[in-house]
Design a protein around this ligand. Structure first.
Ligand code: F6R
Length: 599
């Protein structure tokens, strides 16, 4: 996730762009830049925030665009910062999202000189080719976006054009109608201090913005998009109107998941492309994966273990990074040590991966943070592409970690001939349904809020699940304890009767995972066990029997093996509303930090 801004009108464009970029820094802050247009296009950009960019104060551009970046392709650097230009230097583009087919497009752009490692840079060069054929900017952009796969919001300026051209597909873009010009933002936060009159572009829209208004087409036809009034004020702006970053990030999950999957899976062919550098023959010879991670990332590892074992037929250990140690039984030649870490900076995880490197094992990382320490120490990295996460409690990065590891499981399964093309195709189409299923849960938030109010005063909360439900039980308990400070535990449902059942009373609500891949019929027996001790049970269920067995049921959409990940989103909301009702410091829970850089 990055931030896009733009302005065209009578005010001081440079000042507007700079303040908008400051407002958007929560969307990404590793590099920034602006393009100012006044017969020529002048680009000022560099690694860091907009405060680090030397923008002249004596120019008077008629319009401009700006960008604050959270890296997905190419590490944070001056060259990789946006805007990106074509070979003439007269065209500048800012982009939010991921161009899945940029390798193919780049290969078609022979003769063009590229100066960055980004996927974005193909866009100005593709538009340049259209302009060379004598086309105007607007039709040129319309044609080029038809060739892009993935998600994008773009803003384009050209020295010879007195309009800014915008396009959107699966990545938000908003227009602001001011008294003295028109504004652009990847969300309203960019310009809410200047205007609250906004138009939301829709997928497939291409827009031309002039100081006086906007013309929008979709599939070649002029369309009218309504102007609406934003009610929230500048103070709520960074959170886009949400009360907390955590709530905003929970709601960003459909988009984060689409970004994680974007351009990486072909469900018809049953294939996955993750841009992995390690040779396929080397991966085919791996017979043990050691997953190392902490906290929420460790739970993502537990979930992934099941997927690797069933889809890639490889044996997997999952170790809390602080407990990892190499033993004489480890064979470096056939071991892949894989660090799962949102930040890429967690000291325990780095220490574990260093031990694996010293043993001589192949190493990989799955992380959200391009340029982080872990990426420099492993043989290969897969980025989860979830966008920056500000709330201390991990939410969208957890689901994106699991989705990315699911893709890697299929990749490995195909490489090792452990899964047929057809089975891979079925699993990948389930994965494709994940963002929509998560959206269904978010749309039912009112019901989860009701459950949080009804059961939030419990003495302790127990989450139970089997197989793919077990990591979700652990993660849901962690989320609740982190932000509400209530006592909560996750248990393997079958283990209850071996001890923890002694803790169950009428004051301890039990939340049961009853979805595909969690052996729900067996877990119903455990539901009966806790109910007979007086506990209330909330079922997170895709099976009909839940309503007969549990006091309450949250319906989980029927999407196969990834259902419990969808249930996890419902339980993030459950934790959030319990904590909110108790007036906790949700984004900064006591004693916790977003990145733990000490062992
Ligand atoms: C919990 C949480 C932590 C982190 C853990 C590892 O909500 O965020 O448990 O998951 O500190 O952090 P990363 O993934 O950055 O290595």
């Amino acid at each position: 996730m990055c931030g896009i801004t733009g302005y065209i009108g009578g005010s001081d464009s440079t000042a507007v762009l700079k303040s908008s970029l400051k407002n958007l820094e929560y969307r990404g802050y590793d590099s920034a830049g602006i393009a100012l247009v006044d017969d020529t296009v002048e680009v000022y950009k560099r690694q860091g925030t907009i405060d680090d960019v030397a923008v002249p104060t004596d120019c008077d551009p008629s319009h401009g665009i700006g960008h604050t970046r959270w890296s997905t392709h190419g590490e944070p650097s001056d060259d990789n910062a946006h805007p990106h230009t074509d070979c003439t230097g007269e065209l500048a583009v800012v982009h939010n999202g991921i161009i899945g087919n940029f390798h193919e497009l780049k290969a078609e752009l022979g003769g063009h000189v590229f100066t960055s490692d980004t996927d974005t840079e193909v866009i100005p060069h593709l538009i340049e080719e259209e302009l060379e054929r004598g086309r105007d900017l607007y039709p040129a952009v319309s044609d080029v976006i038809n060739r892009l796969e993935g998600s994008f919001a773009i803003a384009v300026t050209h020295a010879d054009c007195d309009a800014v051209v915008l396009a959107r597909q699966d990545s938000p873009l908003v227009i602001g109608h001011g008294d003295d010009g028109m504004f652009i933002g990847s969300d309203v936060t960019a310009f809410v201090e200047y205007t609250r009159q906004v138009t939301y572009l829709e997928d497939g829209d291409v827009a031309a913005l002039t100081p006086d208004g906007v013309t929008i087409t979709n599939d070649g036809t002029v369309v009218n998009r309504p102007i609406t009034q934003v009610t929230w004020d500048a103070a709520a702006a960074g959170k886009s109107g949400h009360d907390h970053y955590m709530h905003k990030e929970i709601h960003e999950q459909p988009h984060a998941l689409r970004q994680s999957l974007s351009g990486r899976l072909d469900e018809l062919a049953g294939e996955v492309d993750l841009d992995i550098d390690i040779d396929q023959e080397v991966l085919a010879d791996i017979d043990r994966i050691q997953l190392v991670a902490c906290g929420t990332s460790y739970h993502a590892g537990l979930f992934a273990k099941r997927l690797f074992e069933t889809l890639a037929n490889v044996s997997v250990t999952v170790t809390r990074a602080s407990e990892y140690h190499v033993t004489g039984a480890d064979d470096p030649a056939s071991t892949l040590a894989l660090a799962i870490t949102q930040s890429g900076e967690t000291a325990d995880t780095l220490s574990a991966i260093r031990e694996a490197v010293s043993m001589g094992a192949r190493t990989m990382a799955v992380t959200n943070t391009v340029g982080s320490t872990v990426t420099r120490e492993v043989d290969d990295t897969i980025f989860i592409q979830a966008g920056p996460e500000i709330g201390v409690a991990a939410t969208k990065t957890f689901v994106s970690q699991v989705a990315t590891l699911a893709l890697f499981s299929v990749y490995l399964g195909r490489t090792r001939n452990a899964i047929s093309r057809n089975d891979a195709a079925t699993f990948l189409s389930n994965l494709r349904e994940l963002p929509g299923a998560v959206q269904e849960i978010l749309d039912a938030e009112g019901e989860i809020e009701r459950l949080a109010a009804a059961y939030g005063d419990g003495e302790s909360f127990f989450f139970i699940g089997r197989h793919l439900g077990y990591p979700v039980a652990l993660e849901s308990a962690l989320k609740l304890k982190e932000i509400s400070y209530d006592h909560a535990e996750g248990f393997a449902a079958g283990e209850l009767k071996h001890g923890p059942l002694a803790l169950v009373t009428p004051e301890t609500p039990v939340i049961a995972l009853l979805t595909e891949g969690t052996e729900p019929q067996k877990t119903l027996n455990n539901v009966k066990e806790v109910e007979s001790r007086g506990a209330s049970v909330i079922g997170m269920a895709s099976i009909e029997e839940s309503t007969a067995f549990c006091d309450e049921t949250v319906d989980i959409p029927d999407i196969g093996r990834m259902e419990s990940l969808v249930a996890n989103v419902a339980l993030q909301l459950f934790a959030y509303h319990i904590a909110k009702n108790k007036d906790r410091n949700i984004d900064k829970p006591r004693n916790l930090a977003k990145s733990v850089t000490v062992e």
